[in-house]
Design a protein around this ligand. Sequence first.
Ligand code: ADP
Ligand code: MG
Length: 201
Amino acid sequence: MSEGPGPTKAHDPVSAAPVRVAFVALGSNVGERFEHLHAAARGLAALPATTIVGCSSIFETAPMGAAKFNFLNAVIALKTVVAPLPMLDVLLQLERSRGRAREEKWGPRTLDLDLLAMYGDEGPLTVAHPRLTLPHPGIAARDFVLRPLMEIAPSLQVAGQRLDHHLATLPEGARTVRGRHGLPLLERAPFGVSVPLLEGG
Ligand code: ADP
Ligand code: MG
């Protein structure tokens, strides 16, 4: 048997580019927080050769660090041919379109979009680029990421452990989720995405 990922099986029929599942974390704690998240979800759904395959609930989260106001947090899963760095550029552009200025770490922000992970047929992509780290190193340390991610991809593994294991072992101080909103992130969005049981970094 050959080592390594080998060729991917899932390809876009038109572009022949590999199709992957991307998980994007959404956050907002300034202004029209729901509208910022909805706009981001609509923007992602409108990407070329991209389908929303999972959409979490919207969570209300106490701020960390310098931020004063509660966040809304959610996670979306996309099936897409958009490659990792172009996807980061899409996310940064969507942040700017909601008036995001880059300020202090964990400070107030209209919209924060983080690329959590991307999965191809070859498994989770590992990226160590000055502008992009995949899988996102903060996934296992944040309940506001773990809880929405568990809703749409409960079988996912990060750093060799299931998401529910990471959640159960989070220290009390890292538990910032205060509630879950009933409003959908996207109307008629699919809920739950099936990804193979894979090891993240
Ligand atoms: P944070 O999300 O940690 O609060 P920012 O949103 O200000 O920080 O992002 C700062 C930079 O992090 C981005 O400009 C981007 O280049 C870099 N970055 C590295 N890996 C990722 C990733 N997986 N998702 C999003 N941004 C990332
Ligand atoms: Mg960010």
